[in-house]
Ligand binder design. Structure first.
Ligand code: PMP
Length: 317
């Protein structure tokens, strides 16, 4: 089969498969968290249940957008391998999409990622390369880049989620519109943490275009050794077409302990089994709501079922 045939076969497959798995990415529900914020007069909190995505997290949205764009531009062809670093959720999304399209996937991640995530990535048939935990995510990024450079772009496609505008675009075109539709646009704040920045930048830009008075507030960890998986302390991103200076209005710091406590309450009081960053997002809102009343919106980025082996979850029993 020629290279052109392989590219068009993959495009055909992509379109055909839009009818099943890809169709179930996004369009998650929104929950009004009545129990958790009960008693906080003058505030409402709407949270999108991103664990409903087929890969269990919000990262299905950007992973699908980046891979679809690469296939449409012929940068990614059938016989190539998707290579990237990910502490978990994006890696799972790549692996799931790769399984469906029959494309090889190679993920670099720090060895201290949760056992469940390691298993899920491997179950989808992807290759997982673990890097030293003490080098954290930066070590995984470095190793994946080295291998990408070694192999070259005829062998590998690297989505580069920190700089790929399709990451932010997925939230601009889907997450933000869903929030506007599901709340009737009746929100004052969008509050969320930063990993790659795709969620806050993409969603924030669209919400501000809809209503410039909506405030976009980033929740950030209070120290570099924080335990909020999926978040970066020293973040950096560069999405062409999205200027973050125009999007993020303010920052609120949260500590890990408070975030964990909030997560426990979320699970016990709302029945929503989510991951650590969901607790941290809501803890940020809790802190803000002491000062600012109004309607808050946020995302619950992933399912808690992939953290069951962690000490924090065991202690909840
Ligand atoms: N929470 C979790 C659990 C995540 O995996 C991520 C992505 N790393 C985020 C939050 C942050 O999302 P984003 O990359 O869009 O900033």
């Amino acid at each position: 089969m020629s290279k052109n045939d392989m590219a068009s076969e993959l495009k055909y497959k992509l379109n055909f498969l839009s009818l099943n798995l890809f169709n179930s990415i996004g369009e998650t529900d929104i929950c009004l968290l009545n129990n958790l914020f009960n008693g906080s007069d003058g505030i409402k909190v709407y949270a999108k249940t991103e664990f409903q995505n087929p890969g269990g997290s919000i990262k299905d949205r950007p992973a699908f957008y980046m891979i679809r764009d690469a296939i449409n531009k012929n940068i990614l062809k059938q016989n190539m391998t998707i290579i990237d670093s990910s502490s978990g959720n994006t890696g799972i999304s790549y692996a799931m999409i790769g399984a469906l399209l029959d494309i090889k996937v190679k993920i670099y991640a720090p060895s201290n990622m949760s056992e469940e995530r390691k298993q899920i990535i491997k179950l989808y048939g992807a290759e997982l390369i673990l890097t030293p935990a003490e080098e954290s995510h930066d070590g995984a990024i470095k190793k994946s880049l080295e291998e990408y450079k070694r192999g070259g772009n005829n062998i590998y496609y690297m989505p580069d989620q920190y700089n790929n505008p399709n990451n932010a675009m997925s939230h601009y075109e889907t997450t933000a519109l869903e929030i506007i539709t599901q709340t009737g646009g009746n929100i004052d704040y969008f509050v969320t943490g930063i990993g790659t920045g795709g969620t806050i930048i993409g969603t924030g830009k669209r919400l501000k275009e809809y209503n410039k008075n909506i405030k976009i507030i980033a929740v950030v960890p209070d120290n570099p050794m924080h335990g909020i998986e999926g978040w970066k302390y020293n973040y950096s991103f560069n999405f062409q077409g999205f200027d973050y200076n125009d999007i993020i209005d303010d920052y609120i710091k949260v500590d890990t302990e408070g975030s964990y406590l909030m997560l426990k309450q979320l699970i016990k009081q709302e029945g929503l089994l989510c991951g650590f960053s969901s607790g941290a997002n809501l803890y940020g809102i809790h802190k803000l709501s002491q000062k600012y009343k109004g309607n808050y919106s946020t995302v619950l980025p992933d399912t808690g079922s992939r953290y069951l082996s962690t000490l924090v979850f065991k202690e909840m029993l």
